[in-house]
Design a protein around this ligand. Sequence first.
Ligand code: SAH
Length: 402
Amino acid sequence: MSSSPESRPPLPIVRLLPRKHRRFKSGHPWIYANEIEMTPELKHLPAGELVAVANSGGDLLGTALFNPRSLIVARGISNEPGQLFDRELISRRLEEALSLRERLFDTPYYRLVHAEADRLPGLIVDRYGDVIVCQANTAGVERVEGELLECLDELIGPRAVVMRNDSQVRALEGLEADVRLARGSVVGPVEVRENGSVFLTDITGGQKTGWFFDQRDNRSHMARLSRSARVLDLYSYLGGFGIQAAAAGADHVTLVDRSEQALSLAERSADLNGVSARCSFVRASAFEEMARLGKAGERFDVVIVDPPAFVRSRKDLAAGLRGYRKMVRLAAGLVRAKGFLFAASCSHHASPELFAEQVRHGLADAGRNGRILRRTGAGPDHPVHPFLPESAYLKAEVLQLD
Ligand code: SAH
């Protein structure tokens, strides 16, 4: 704790209902609205306020960030009663996150902070060398933006920091979209280095924060399988999979995306990596292009399908799952005998089991069989909180098909 407890007004207290204290006490970071005694005072607290958490008997269990507008009404900060969410704590947690990433990676391109798993609830920080992109997905971290920026200045000294506060989940916290430069300036595309290749990304207008760091290990795995191969990279975005496959020695890579901006950056990246002659870029809808290639009798040694989330909310589940099934059917049909298929889903709402089921159905629909080589997820810069296993959103399977 930083300042002396006597000099501060006491924190508002959130009392858990009888028997609802166990999860929080053991370190689960979330408290739901139906687990607390909601009082008029709490209802009127500003979103993101720090509160003390107590059991029904009044014993203090720690502190949390409170948001009366959210179903997840409080997000744990500490099991230390009285712990503030101040500059000192933020700085310590950022340092811990940085030292983990520095141990994991040789180059400074990674997800530096992955929300609850790094004990900064709802905060995403992606690092592109000396450019930082932050996303505040909770009112609690939005309120400490000033402290966060100061700590990043001290720890990393970035040339620019962009607040990419335009994720959908912000609405659940009552927050509006807000994209802005908080430090320095960024002119033109920003570089990302990954597995020995270099890419150009647009951190203010691109997907999410500009780059999907979560696929790093999967890209290098697929690149190894792509030597001398004919590769199809669907939903290629900036070419993370395809260009790394080309750099690893693929004979030819076809990258397909419906976004002109993504493809034009991917073309420039292919150039930077000296693989342009072995890459072609197709602007098309992936399903239509897969159907067309299938009809034309085109076959590939490696097919990669890494689409945007098909299940955006629980009510989309059935339709989204049908989408994955169809995607696998179309993609599997394009794989040569003894070739490889990589299929991924980043939908929070589709569990690994449900996704695996769609992969099975899709294979059967395509009349294909083979073997699963790997079931994977996101890389280690996207750690998972042990009590929030459902936050492991990325699922992927690598198969060899007969
Ligand atoms: N595989 C990428 C990430 C994919 S993100 C990587 O490794 O970084 C999803 C991409 O799918 C986006 O670039 C988006 O433009 C593209 N996309 C979305 N819907 C599409 C569709 N129907 N057909 C083709 N591309 C699509």
